[in-house]
Design a binder for this molecule. Structure first.
Ligand code: CTP
Ligand code: CA
Length: 229
C-alpha cells in the first residue's frame, strides 16, 4: 500500500543506501566495472528521503546527480564502499542496491601497463572483494532491517533465497537481468523499468513490471511498514 503524499513515517529513521557500480583499478588509467547506472539505488534514496528518512547514500561512479535532500558520499572501489557504509553505522535500515564488483586486481599497477613487443597481453590476477551486504548482515551494529538485491539471469528465486540466508538479510529484492527478461531496450541494467520479486522469510511477493521510481516508492513504503511495526 502506498502512503498518503506528505506522510513522513520514516522521520527520525536513519537509512543507508548503496548504489551504482564500483570501479576496480587495473592501473592508473584502466578499471574493471559493470553496467549499473545507479538509477534504482538513487531512486530508492530519493523515495526514502520523501518519507522523511535521514538517508546516507554511498554511491559508486555514476552519471546521474546526487538525489535532493540526501547526504551522498562518492566512492570508487568496493573496499572504499564498505568502509563508508561501516562508518555510517549504526542505522535503522540499510538497502544494498550497488552492483559491487565481485573481484579486484590482486595488485593494481602503479604505472600504466605498456604493450611490450613479444610479451603478449597482461594476465590479470584477481581476488574477491569484501561482501558489503554480508558484512552488515552479520555486523555487531546490524541495522534492524537489512535489504539486498539479487541480480540474476537464471534460477531467480532459488538464488535470491540462498543470498537471503547467506548474507543475513531480511529481504532480497530479486531482479531478472537477463536480456530476454522482457523489459525494453537495454534491459534492467541502465534502463528505466524493473520487475522484481520481494523474497523474505515470509515468502515471495511478485511485483508487476513498473518504473524504477515506482519500485523505489513501493520499497520505501515497505521499509516504513517494517520499521513502524
Ligand atoms: N553485494 C555487496 N558486496 C559485494 C557483492 C554484492 O554488498 N561484494 C550485495 C549487492 O549490493 C546486492 C547483493 O549483495 O544487494 C547481491 O549481489 P549479487 O551480485 O546479486 O550477489 P553476489 O553475492 O555477488 O553473487 P553473484 O554475483 O555470484 O550472483
Ligand atoms: Ca555479484
Amino acid at each position: 500500500t502506498l502512503l498518503d503524499a506528505g506522510a513522513k513515517p520514516l522521520a527520525g529513521k536513519k537509512v543507508i543506501v548503496t548504489s551504482g557500480p564500483t570501479h576496480e583499478p587495473i592501473d592508473p588509467v584502466r578499471y574493471l566495472a559493470n553496467r549499473s547506472s545507479g538509477k534504482q539505488g538513487h531512486a530508492i534514496a530519493t523515495a526514502l528521503a520523501r518519507l522523511g528518512a535521514d538517508v546516507r547514500l554511498v554511491s559508486g561512479p555514476v552519471a546521474i546527480p546526487d538525489p535532493a535532500g540526501v547526504d551522498t558520499i562518492h566512492v570508487e572501489r568496493a573496499q572504499d564502499m564498505r568502509e563508508a557504509v561501516e562508518q555510517f553505522l549504526p542505522a535503522d535500515a540499510a538497502v544494498f542496491v550497488a552492483a559491487v564488483a565481485d573481484w579486484r586486481m590482486a595488485d593494481s599497477a602503479g604505472e600504466k601497463i605498456k604493450k611490450i613487443a613479444g610479451k603478449g597481453p597482461p594476465l590479470l590476477q584477481m581476488v574477491e572483494n569484501p561482501d558489503i551486504l554480508a558484512t552488515v548482515g552479520h555486523h555487531e551494529k546490524r541495522p534492524r532491517l537489512v535489504i539486498g538485491f539479487a541480480a540474476e539471469t537464471q534460477n531467480l528465486v532459488a538464488n535470491a533465497e540462498a543470498k537471503l540466508k547467506k548474507k543475513g538479510a531480511d529481504i532480497i529484492v530479486a531482479n531478472d537481468v537477463s536480456h530476454d527478461s522482457g523489459i525494453g531496450a537495454g534491459g534492467v541494467m541502465g534502463g528505466e523499468r524493473n520487475r522484481v520479486r520481494i523474497v523474505s522469510h515470509k515468502g515471495i511477493e511478485e511485483w508487476p513490471e513498473m518504473s524504477k521510481d515506482e519500485v523505489a516508492a513501493r520499497l520505501a513504503s515497505l521499509i516504513a511498514e517494517r520499521l513502524g511495526g
